[in-house]
Design a protein around this ligand. Structure first.
Ligand SMILES: Nc1nc2c(ncn2[C@@H]2O[C@H](COP(=O)(O)OP(=O)(O)OP(=O)(O)O)[C@@H](O)[C@H]2O)c(=O)[nH]1
Ligand SMILES: [Mg+2]
Length: 410
């Protein structure tokens, strides 16, 4: 796999503040978490209030000089921009400042590259990296020819870029073919899961909200949970029996974040779309995070952009053990909201009841006597339904239950 270039060490974060309601300092807090997760330290920040982004250098020329001085003063080796930089901005900043120039997307790609475990995850990350890189190469080429390229760069430089681009194109094609293979395998598994008729609950939420912790404490999934962003990349599914006896399949997958790079969304589409095949969305929110409200919005925006609409939603306000008073956080899209602590296993009963209630809404209610000869139906009701009452009588079993609409009884 092509590594995402430089090793990040001492970094300075920078961003333009366009006064457009974006909380730039908060965004930089999050960028700092990302940079730390990628294994580097942040030694400084620089924010410029601006009306608009400078096409050539992102910051204005005075600020670029200031940043160059800051880099020297603090001995920084890398600068990271909170927004995606264009190829021209990358080149120009790289020339003006003696440090590696990165942007938020590159940092996220770098984290993903370090986290991918499965074949699918690895292919997806490499694809995203290559696509990001090839768009930079193409841009770099045009900006270079505009500049005339300088002595010695133009001829061989262009040729090398041509070769790079062809290699990248070939590799992208090969990866796409491999991904197609893996996807088919996954589609088959998904189909089997859906044919199993067990309701599928998909855990979604902002990165670090506690999704994997919840899955681990509900089942014994053994998914990596860490106080780092994007601890989980690969989807994990487990069977879980709710208090009502109802069995479900519950899935944990990659978390969402503000400004999730679109190359990553495209490459990870099949993973992110896991929620599309769910009967119920379980939305985990970290109530101890001061930006919980905004994170909720980001989650719903991302779900919408993935085409996940109109699913019943249970929201679990998580980490209540970490706060003295549970803050008032509204999730207007949720059908049911419960408060939990995944880590301390608080509120699990309410969560289980909420899931049962929601699942039952997607099912039909039956109240009837089923002859013993219909053993197939009886066992399917046991497996996938919620039984409210069961009475073994002479001529059959009298059952009151919620069952999947496709079970052949009226
Ligand atoms: N105090 C407290 N900490 C929690 C709780 N739930 C999760 N955490 C912590 O929050 C951090 C993130 O948890 P994860 O389960 O890895 O979060 P995630 O949503 O899976 O994150 P990504 O996979 O990175 O998207 C870990 O350090 C957990 O121990 C909770 O209920 N209370
Ligand atoms: Mg996780």
């Amino acid at each position: 796999m092509i590594s995402n270039d430089p090793i990040i060490e001492k970094t300075i974060l920078f961003a333009a503040d366009l006064d457009d309601g974006q909380q730039v300092n908060d965004n930089l807090d999050e960028l700092e978490e990302l940079v730390k997760t990628a294994g580097a330290v942040v030694v400084g920040r620089l924010i410029q209030k601006k009306e608009r982004i400078d096409n050539a250098t992102y910051l204005g020329s005075g600020k670029v000089e200031e940043l160059a001085l800051l880099v020297e003063e603090l001995g920084a080796t890398t600068i990271v921009c909170d927004d995606e930089l264009s190829p021209m901005q990358l080149t120009n900043l790289g020339q003006a400042i003696s440090a590696n120039v990165l942007d938020r997307t590159m940092v996220i790609l770098d984290i993903f590259a370090g986290r991918a475990n499965t074949r699918e995850g690895k292919i997806q990350v490499e694809l995203a990296q290559l696509k990001y890189r090839s768009s930079r190469l193409i841009g770099m080429r045009s900006s270079m020819s505009r500049l005339g390229g300088g002595i010695g760069t133009r001829g061989p430089g262009e040729k090398k870029l041509e070769i790079d681009r062809r290699l990248i194109r070939d590799r992208i094609a090969q990866l796409n073919r491999e991904l197609e293979d893996v996807k088919q395998h996954r589609d088959t598994m998904r189909k089997q899961r859906m044919e199993g008729k067990l309701p599928i609950v998909s855990i979604v939420g902002y990165t670090n909200a506690g999704k994997s912790t919840l899955l681990n404490h509900l089942t014994d999934a053994g998914v990596l949970e860490e106080d780092k962003l994007f601890a989980t990349l690969d989807p994990t599914s487990r069977n879980l029996k709710l208090n009502s006896g109802q069995e479900i399949i519950i899935t944990d997958t990659v978390g969402f974040i503000k400004k999730l790079p679109h190359h990553l969304i495209n490459a990870f589409r099949s993973t992110l779309e896991e929620a599309k095949y769910a009967d119920v969305i379980l939305h985990v929110v970290d109530v101890s995070n001061p930006h919980a409200d905004e994170q909720i919005l980001v989650v719903y925006e991302t779900l919408r952009s993935l085409g996940v609409n109109d699913k019943p939603i249970v929201t679990a306000m998580n980490k209540i053990d970490k706060v003295d008073d549970i803050p008032i956080i509204k999730d207007l899209s949720a059908d049911i909201v419960v408060s939990i602590s995944a880590k301390k296993e608080l509120g699990f009963e309410h969560l289980s009841d909420a899931l049962t209630e929601i699942i039952n809404k997607t099912r039909k209610y039956i109240e009837q006597l089923i002859p013993y000869t219909d053993a197939g139906i009886i066992s399917r009701i046991h497996k996938s339904g919620t039984i409210l009452e069961e009475d073994y009588r002479e001529d059959g079993i009298f059952i009151r239950a919620y069952v999947d609409a496709s079970i052949g009884i009226d």
